[in-house]
Design a protein around this ligand. Sequence first.
Ligand SMILES: Cc1cc2nc3c(=O)[nH]c(=O)nc-3n(C[C@H](O)[C@H](O)[C@H](O)COP(=O)(O)O)c2cc1C
Length: 325
Amino acid sequence: MRLRSRPADLATTVGSVSLKNPVMTASGTCGLGVELDAYMPLRELGAVVVKSLAAFEWAGNPQPRLHPTASGMLNAVGLQGPGVEQWIAHDLPQLREVGATVVCSIWGFGVQDYIDAAQMLASVKDQIAALEINLSCPNLKAAVVGENKPHAMFAHDAGLAAQIVDVARVSGLPLWAKLSPNTDRIGEVAEACIDAGAQALTLVNTSLGMIIDTTTGRPALGNGGGGLSGRAVHPIAVRAVSDISSRLPGVPIVGVGGVTNGLEALEMMMAGASAVQVGTASFAEPRAAHRIAGELCKWAERHKISSWSEVIGLSHRGGFRDSGK
Ligand SMILES: Cc1cc2nc3c(=O)[nH]c(=O)nc-3n(C[C@H](O)[C@H](O)[C@H](O)COP(=O)(O)O)c2cc1C
């Protein structure tokens, strides 16, 4: 299926970034480059968000790293990757060649790692639409911050999250801060990230979880715990989008968590997201993001939506009421 160019404007914006349509892939679930172009034309997606990269090559966590759950999956991949330099040399050119809009994601153990990764990306900033800063991976045992002070997750600390956003400005790219659902301080952290220079917030990363293998009596994943994703977390993500949209009106939000069809994408937008990302659904169906973009756009056509602004944050404005949509 090709995505049609009607309704008139399927495009959306996330801060200063224009996207062809509101559906992107989610970091870590669709590879580093053009792996999924064989299944769907990546150029037709809003954007391809690549797996979080560090300034260095990283092996990730011990196996096993993935386990299915009743309505999703648990992962503890632990950010395995080739590092920014390799990605710039091998994957970015291929993504450019297929015409994809590219959002790069970075991670690190400490502030200096984020500075290094952001600096490396500054050299290719004309080829990247935005930089998503992963502040919220649940699968790193202990990041080491400042004077060797261990810290589990940057997105659970407003000061640290802001510090990392601030240093990432060296990339010269629009910054999206990706936050964690595993804290009651998400509002405070979101505000700090915006004050520090983030243009948008990506909500949310995985929820902390664990599976015990009852035959061994031990955790099923090599890392012990992991991050829960997929349908099970969809309402958690919608809630985070809605809460932050109320708290920070006008701040662009990218919604991610359990989006499996066009209506679930729409739900995110009605909660306040300007765009959505599709992650776990892609494992069962590699072209899920493209299908979901098609479903979302068809819905908009059927409901005579001429601009996504009619939909974004609708739940905060009393819904459709008697508009006839
Ligand atoms: C196997 C796997 C790897 C992931 N790796 C990353 C990553 O590298 N960086 C990141 O920001 N999020 C990562 N995530 C989180 C997803 O981008 C997304 O926030 C989360 O899975 C919720 O969306 P979903 O339910 O559509 O998968 C990963 C998720 C999964 C399942």
